[in-house]
Write a protein that binds this ligand. Structure first.
Ligand code: BGC
Length: 271
C-alpha cells in the first residue's frame, strides 16, 4: 500500500489527511482549519505545518502533495484570486519545502481534484474529454482528456455576456453571499455550464467542491446536452489528488497524467 499525505489549501479552509494512493481511501481523520484571514503566505504555511503535525505519519519517506487555489508554474504561484496578492509570482513550492525541510509536490487545487476524480472517482472509466469544476470560494476547473490532465485551466474566470470573472457571480460563495435559493443559484450555473459546453464540447462535466454533497438540491435544475454528475469524491478530491500526484509522480507508480502534470507545474519533476 502506498501512503501519501494530501493537503488541500482553499480560500476558506485548509484540509489534510493521510491517503492510500492505490485505493484512494483516506487512512486518517480529515483535519481541517480555517484559512487565516488575508491568506498571507507565512500564515498559510504555519497552518499547513500544524495540520501535518496532526496527521502524523509524516516520515521523510511519505510523499506530501499540497494543492493551492492558483495557477502553479514551475513551483511558483502565478495568480491569487482568493488569497493574498503576495502569492503572485512567489516561489511557493520552495517556501513550503524550506519551511517543512523536505520535498513536496505542489499543484493547482482543481487539477488535484480532477486528477483524483480521474484516478478514483466519476471520471475513472471515461476515456474522452472531461471537465471537472469545483464550486467553492471560487470556481476551479480541470480539463482531462483521455486521462491526461491539461494543467492550469482557469475556467472560473471567464466572462459571460457582460459579466466579468464569472466565479464572482456563480461560485458557491456567491450563493451564500447573496443568500440565493438553490434554484436561483442553479440558474447562474446553467449559464456557466452551457458556456463551457459551447466552448469545449466535453463528454462529461463533473461538479465538485464542498457543495457537491448537496447535489440533490440543485443538479436537477441543470439542463445540458452533456452528462453532468456530482464528484464522487465530494470535497476530499483535492486531498486525494494532491496525495496521489505526490505518490505517483515521485515514481512509485507510473500513471496516467501524473508525470506530465508534475513536470509542468513543479520544480521537482520526477527523475
Ligand atoms: C483560482 C483557481 C482555483 C479556483 C478554486 C480560482 O479563483 O483562480 O486557481 O483553482 O479558484 O479554488
Amino acid at each position: 500500500m502506498v501512503h501519501a499525505i494530501g493537503i488541500d489549501i482553499g480560500g476558506t479552509g485548509i484540509k489534510g489527511a493521510l491517503v492510500d494512493t492505490d485505493s484512494g481511501q483516506l487512512l486518517s481523520e480529515r483535519l481541517k482549519q480555517a484559512t487565516p484571514p488575508g491568506g498571507e503566505p507565512d500564515d498559510i504555511v504555519a497552518v499547513v505545518k500544524t495540520i501535518l503535525g496532526q496527521v502524523g505519519s509524516a516520515g521523510a519517506d511519505v510523499p506530501i502533495g499540497i494543492c493551492f487555489p492558483a495557477v502553479v508554474r514551475d513551483g511558483r504561484t502565478m495568480s491569487a484570486a482568493n488569497v493574498s496578492k503576495k502569492w503572485i509570482g512567489l516561489a511557493a513550492e520552495q517556501l513550503f519545502e524550506r519551511s517543512l525541510d523536505r520535498d513536496i509536490t505542489f499543484v493547482n487545487d482543481a487539477d488535484a481534484a480532477g486528477y483524483a476524480e480521474s484516478e478514483f472517482g466519476a471520471a475513472k472509466d471515461v476515456d474522452d474529454l472531461v471537465i471537472m469544476t469545483t464550486l467553492g470560494t471560487g470556481i476551479g476547473s480541470a480539463i482531462i482528456y483521455r486521462n491526461q490532465l491539461v494543467p492550469n485551466a482557469e475556467l472560473g474566470h471567464i466572462d459571460i455576456g457582460d459579466r466579468h470573472d464569472y466565479e464572482k457571480f456563480a461560485a458557491y460563495s456567491a450563493k451564500e453571499r447573496k443568500d440565493l435559493t438553490w434554484k436561483q443559484w442553479a440558474g447562474r450555473l446553467q449559464e456557466y455550464y452551457e458556456t463551457l459546453e459551447k466552448l469545449f464540447s466535453p463528454d462529461l462535466i463533473i461538479v465538485g467542491g464542498g457543495v457537491s454533497k448537496h447535489a440533490d438540491e440543485f443538479m436537477h435544475f441543470l439542463k445540458l446536452k452533456t452528462p453532468i454528475v456530482a464528484a464522487t469524491l465530494r470535497n476530499n478530491a483535492g486531498i486525494l489528488g494532491a496525495a496521489a500526484l505526490a505518490a505517483h509522480g515521485s515514481g512509485d507508480r507510473p500513471t496516467r497524467g501524473a508525470e506530465q502534470l508534475v513536470r509542468s507545474t513543479s520544480t521537482n519533476p520526477p527523475a
